[in-house]
Design a binder for this molecule. Structure first.
Ligand code: AIR
Ligand code: ASP
Length: 292
């Protein structure tokens, strides 16, 4: 089947979806760090990220957070809603680590008094510079209402996922979220959680041992990336040992598909309640393809 590639990023490829307003998100096995300076192909990474991200997005939808996720198509691909990606990466931190530790000279592993939100401009060319809310508003990267909604959702996601990972013996140290905007038939604007949530974009530490189970294994050469991701998937209960085999995966998928789920109209209703009204004079829906 030939299909139109819309965009290829470092970790994912986006293809045109089967219906208008849909996109296929394909998870690659490529691992990159330091804005692509370090690169490797890690067998099975795409499959693991697809499964972990699917699980998390389904959980978030269940607690009423609108996301771009529609359904899993196969081991590496998801069908998602086309949306206009807001070019701002939001990082939510619970514990000091990574660039925050470097930037401010603080040791890693210190619990922050409250979740801390940072903003980065989504620009590979500029190396994703850190920005403030004032930059977001001055350059019109997002409206004030959108920014408020993004912060509200980010904190809710952080609370929910901190608990989810805690139950799996994992500390959610920090994570990066991306949002998109989409319009319904009546022209109302909604903010959706987009992209992915996986060990590629979260720091996940084992609570007992402190072992890093996320992409820092690759960034810092700490051991097998695949093993860390597999451990996260196993603890979340989304991956039995043999499920990377296609037949087992498809069987599980079929079982899940046969389980009753909330009809789309109900989801749309839930989203509507959370939605932000369409501002005058903003871009129309689905103009730009979603980017990674
Ligand atoms: N992140 C930021 N840009 C790309 C990604 N994946 C994620 C990291 C980490 C968090 O955002 O994976 O979980 C903070 O990253 P850093 O490098 O700013 O400390
Ligand atoms: N995803 C970015 C890159 O590929 C940054 C990172 O995750 O370290 O370079």
């Amino acid at each position: 089947m030939s299909r139109r590639k819309l965009y290829e990023g470092k970790g994912k490829i986006l293809y045109e979806g089967p219906d208008p307003g849909t996109i296929i998100q394909h998870f690659k096995d490529d691992a990159t760090a330091f804005n692509g300076k370090k690169h490797a192909v890690i067998q099975g990474k795409g499959v693991l990220n697809n499964r972990i991200s699917e699980f998390i997005f389904v959980c978030l939808e269940e607690i009423g957070i609108p996301t771009h996720f529609i359904k899993t198509l196969n081991m590496r691909e998801q069908l998602v809603k086309a949306c206009e990606i807001i070019p701002v990466e939001m990082v939510i931190r619970n514990v000091t680590a990574g660039s925050m530790s470097e930037r401010f000279g603080v040791e890693e592993g210190m619990l922050l008094p409250r979740p801390l939100i940072e903003f980065y401009l989504k620009s590979d060319k500029l190396n994703d510079p850190m920005i403030t809310e004032e930059h977001v508003l001055s350059f019109d990267w997002a409206l004030v209402e959108e920014l408020d909604e993004m912060k509200r959702v980010a904190l809710r996601v952080n609370d929910f996922l901190s608990g989810l990972f805690l139950a799996a013996g994992i500390k959610l140290v920090d994570m990066k979220l991306e949002f998109g905007r989409v319009y319904d038939e009546e022209g109302n604007l909604y903010i959706l959680l987009a992209d992915e949530i996986s060990p590629d974009c979260c720091r996940l530490w084992d609570i007992e041992t402190g072992e890093k189970l996320d992409k820092d294994r690759f960034r810092r050469d700490l051991g097998s990336l695949e093993e860390g991701y597999r451990e996260v998937a196993r603890r979340l209960g989304v991956l039995e040992d043999n499920v990377t085999e296609e037949s087992a995966f498809l069987k599980k998928l079929e079982e899940r598909r046969n389980q009753p789920t909330a009809p789309q109209s109900e989801k749309a209703e839930a989203a509507k309640k959370k939605g932000v009204k369409k501002p005058a004079g903003k871009a129309s829906p689905g103009k730009k393809p979603e980017k990674e």
